[in-house]
Design a protein around this ligand. Structure first.
Ligand code: SAM
Ligand code: SF4
Ligand code: SF4
Length: 333
């Protein structure tokens, strides 16, 4: 039986943050002044074990769960992450198991991830220009490392998409060059409107490049864009194609929210379930798991949370008065 929330939305997707740590400090996500050497990351004993994560997934599989996304922080910093994928794949042959990564460690781990049963990869890359990449990510890493990882994913034969957050005055110039680079290789680029997640990134509407603005930049270069129907209504990206059939997506959380179709739950690395990316609080599952709960007990706990869910933050954003929101690196993007 599929569980549906107050607004009739099923729980189909689970985003699992496997660590709150990261090897980058993207200005819009983990600004270094907040995530410095004094920042207290989760202690190891607080973080869910692979077995605990698998128990949650097993609990949801008979109730409509069809997709998992491993994220973070940087998921490839979690030791032996391929082992988690192997265990998840053991739960179901058909489960869609994706990972979102900044790509810096991907080449090293790719073969193991592939053999373990990973279905697809999303790589975050905000700029091809080295200076812009390093400024946005507050990193000395190079975009060429990420490009090598993208090549490797294509070589191994896994589907790959690129995520790029666009911030006004910082990387608008990258919009066209990303499409020019990845379009001919059949790699969809999904441009993300800079979101007001968390409380540390000093988000301001003036920093947002809207999807309409991005499309107008692209139309000048590539001609008018055609709307492309997505294969599933809960897809977060609005899809378009250029006249030469290159696919482009826009994640328009600010200007065109998609709460009505939101079927995602998020599991933080320390085992809290969040029913919205912009939630203030999560629901503790770890305590239940550590009291020797069965899959049925875990399902009952999640069901009671989901049945009461009425989140639609992005649709209500203009009149929000919420308190301190949870950080993206903790809850998982
Ligand atoms: N570290 C991995 C990565 O960067 O791909 C996974 C975690 S990251 C939090 C997941 C996604 O969230 C990334 O694509 C990132 O660009 C996006 N993201 C983080 N902060 C954001 C913000 N304020 N607005 C829009 N997207 C954001
Ligand atoms: Fe790290 Fe990803 Fe956040 Fe960048 S977006 S700081 S890579 S978690
Ligand atoms: Fe889903 Fe919350 Fe985002 Fe709306 S704001 S799409 S409910 S995560």
């Amino acid at each position: 039986m599929v569980i549906k929330d107050v607004l009739n939305r099923p729980l189909l997707d689970l985003r699992i943050s496997v660590t709150d740590r990261c090897n980058m400090r993207c200005r819009y996500c983990m600004p270094r002044e907040h995530f410095d050497e004094n920042h207290e990351f989760l202690p190891k004993e607080d973080i869910l074990t692979f077995e605990e994560i698998v128990c949650i997934v097993r609990a949801l599989l008979p109730h409509g769960l069809r997709k998992i996304r491993l994220t973070g922080g940087e998921p490839l910093l979690r030791k032996d992450i391929h082992e988690l994928i192997r265990q998840l794949r053991g739960c179901s042959k058909n489960l869609d198991i994706a990972i979102t990564t900044n790509g810096l460690l991907l080449k090293k781990h790719l073969q193991n991830l592939y053999e373990a049963g990973l279905s697809r990869v999303t790589i975050s890359l905000d700029a091809l220009d080295e200076g812009t990449f390093q400024r946005m990510g507050d990193t000395t890493a190079r975009p060429s490392h990420v490009l090598e990882a993208i090549d490797a994913v294509q070589e191994i034969g896994l589907p790959v998409k690129i995520n790029a957050v666009i911030k006004k005055g910082v990387n608008e110039r990258e919009i066209s060059s990303m499409v020019q680079t990845f379009g001919p290789r059949n790699i969809p680029v999904r441009f993300i409107e800079y979101m007001d997640v968390g409380s540390t990134n000093d988000w301001n509407l003036d920093h947002v490049v809207t999807a309409n603005e991005m499309r107008s930049i692209l139309s000048k270069e590539f001609g008018s864009l055609r709307v492309h129907q997505s294969s599933h209504p809960s897809d977060v990206a609005k899809l378009y194609t250029t006249s030469n059939n290159w696919q482009i997506g826009f994640i328009e959380s600010i200007t065109n929210p998609f709460c009505g179709d939101c079927s995602r739950a998020r599991l933080s690395a320390n085992g809290r379930i969040y029913t919205c990316l912009f939630a203030n609080n999560g629901h503790d599952l770890r305590s239940i798991l550590r009291m020797d709960a069965s899959s049925e007990d875990v399902f009952q706990a999640i069901q009671s949370i989901w049945l009461n869910r009425n989140d639609r933050y992005s649709e209500e954003r203009s009149h929000q008065t919420r308190g301190v929101k949870v950080e993206m690196s903790y809850i998982g993007g």
